[in-house]
Design a protein around this ligand. Structure first.
Ligand code: ADP
Length: 310
C-alpha cells in the first residue's frame, strides 16, 4: 500500500484519562490507515474509545503516546490546516445555543471562505435532512442538533469527513437520507471516517470496518469480506413436530451450534456444507427452510467470543 493512498495514518496512538488509581486507558496503541476514497466504519460498543479517537484526530484532546497524520499533516502541529480541509461536527454548537441554524451556518461558511456557495449547499443539505434552520439551537431536539452538525460538517464538501455517531437519534427516514449522502461521497472519491455502534448501519454504508473494544483495535476488514464468512443461520420448520432425537443429534454435530427450538421449528448456526444437516433430518417432513447470512452483529460477536477464548 502506498503511503499516498492513505488519508489518515495513525501510529501507536494512546490516550489515558485521569491519573493514579483513577486511570482509564481509553485507547491502547492504535495503528490504523484510512484510505483515500473509502468509507471507513469505526465500530464498537459504548466506551470502546471511538469518541476518544475522533477527539484526538480533531486535536480537541492530547494523546498520551503515539501520533497521527491527516493528509500527511501532523494532527497536533498542523491542526488548523487540517480543520480547514476536513468536515466534522462542530464542538462549538453547545456554545451557540442562542443562535439560529442559519446564523451559525453563515458564520462557519464565512470562516471557510466562499460563503455564498457553501451556504447554498447548506440549504440543500438542510432541506434533504428536513432541518428547520430558522430555529435557535436551544430550541432544537437532539436529533435536529445532530442534523445541524451534519449540515455544518458537510456544507463545504470536504475531501474528508470525520463523524462521531452521525445518525444517533435520527429517525430511520433521515438515516436513509444520510446513507444516500454517503454513497454520493463515495461516488465523488471523498473519504469518510465515521464511528458507529450500529452494525447494520456500518454494513449498509461502509467499505471497511475497524472493530474497537476496550480501547483496542480487534480487527480491520472489508465489510464484504467480513460478511463473507462461511456460517449461516438455518431455520427448519417441520409440518407436525421436530423428529424425536433430532435436537440431540444436531447438538452433537461439529458443524452445528446454537441449536434452539420453537414449536415445530429448530434454529441453528451451521458452518460449511448442508449435507450433514439434510441427512440428520432424514425422514422428517420439512415444511419450511430459512437460511440467513450472518449479520455483522453475529460476526462482531464471533470476534468477541474468539477473543475471550484466547
Ligand atoms: P466510545 O466513544 O466508544 O463510547 P469513549 O472514547 O467515549 O468511548 O470512552 C472510552 C473510555 O474512556 C471509557 O471508559 C470512558 O469512560 C473513558 N472516558 C472518556 N472520556 C473521558 C474523560 N474525559 N475522563 C475520563 N474518562 C473518560
Amino acid at each position: 500500500m502506498m503511503a499516498s493512498d492513505s488519508v489518515i495514518e495513525i501510529t501507536g496512538l494512546s490516550k489515558t484519562y485521569g491519573s493514579g488509581k483513577n486511570q482509564t486507558l481509553a485507547l491502547d496503541r492504535l495503528d490504523l490507515s484510512v484510505l483515500r476514497g473509502e468509507i471507513f466504519g469505526y465500530l464498537g460498543p459504548n466506551g470502546a474509545g471511538k469518541t476518544t479517537t475522533i477527539r484526538l484526530l480533531l486535536d480537541l484532546i492530547r494523546p498520551s503516546a503515539g501520533s497521527a497524520s491527516i493528509f500527511g499533516l501532523d494532527i497536533r502541529a498542523d491542526s488548523v490546516e487540517i480543520r480547514r480541509r476536513i468536515g466534522f461536527f462542530p464542538a462549538e454548537l453547545s456554545l451557540w445555543e442562542g443562535r439560529t441554524g442559519d446564523q451559525i451556518i453563515h458564520y462557519v461558511a464565512s470562516v471557510r471562505g466562499d460563503t455564498r456557495s457553501i451556504a447554498k449547499h447548506a440549504d440543500e443539505l438542510a432541506e434533504r435532512l428536513d432541518l428547520d434552520t430558522t430555529k435557535r439551537v436551544r430550541d432544537l431536539s437532539s436529533g435536529n442538533k445532530r442534523k445541524l452538525g451534519l449540515v455544518i460538517g458537510m456544507m463545504h464538501s470536504p475531501e474528508l469527513l470525520i463523524l462521531d455517531e452521525p445518525t444517533g437519534g435520527l429517525d430511520p427516514l433521515v438515516q436513509q437520507t444520510f446513507h444516500t449522502m454517503m454513497d454520493e461521497y463515495r461516488a465523488k472519491g471523498k473519504t469518510v471516517f465515521l464511528s458507529s455502534h450500529v452494525l447494520s448501519e456500518v454494513q449498509a454504508i461502509c467499505d471497511r470496518v475497524g472493530i474497537l473494544r476496550d480501547g483496542e483495535l480487534k480487527a480491520v476488514e472489508s465489510v464484504e469480506k467480513i460478511t463473507d464468512v462461511e456460517f449461516h443461520w438455518v431455520d427448519v420448520g417441520f409440518r407436525d413436530a421436530i423428529p424425536a432425537g433430532l435436537q440431540q443429534t444436531l447438538e452433537g454435530m461439529p458443524s452445528i451450534t446454537d441449536v434452539s427450538t420453537n414449536g415445530a421449528r429448530v434454529r441453528m448456526r451451521m458452518i460449511g456444507d448442508f449435507d450433514p444437516l439434510l441427512r440428520a433430518i432424514g425422514a422428517g417432513y420439512v415444511e419450511s427452510l430459512h437460511i440467513e447470512e450472518p449479520t455483522l452483529e453475529d460476526i462482531f460477536l464471533a470476534y468477541y467470543s474468539g477473543d475471550k477464548e484466547n
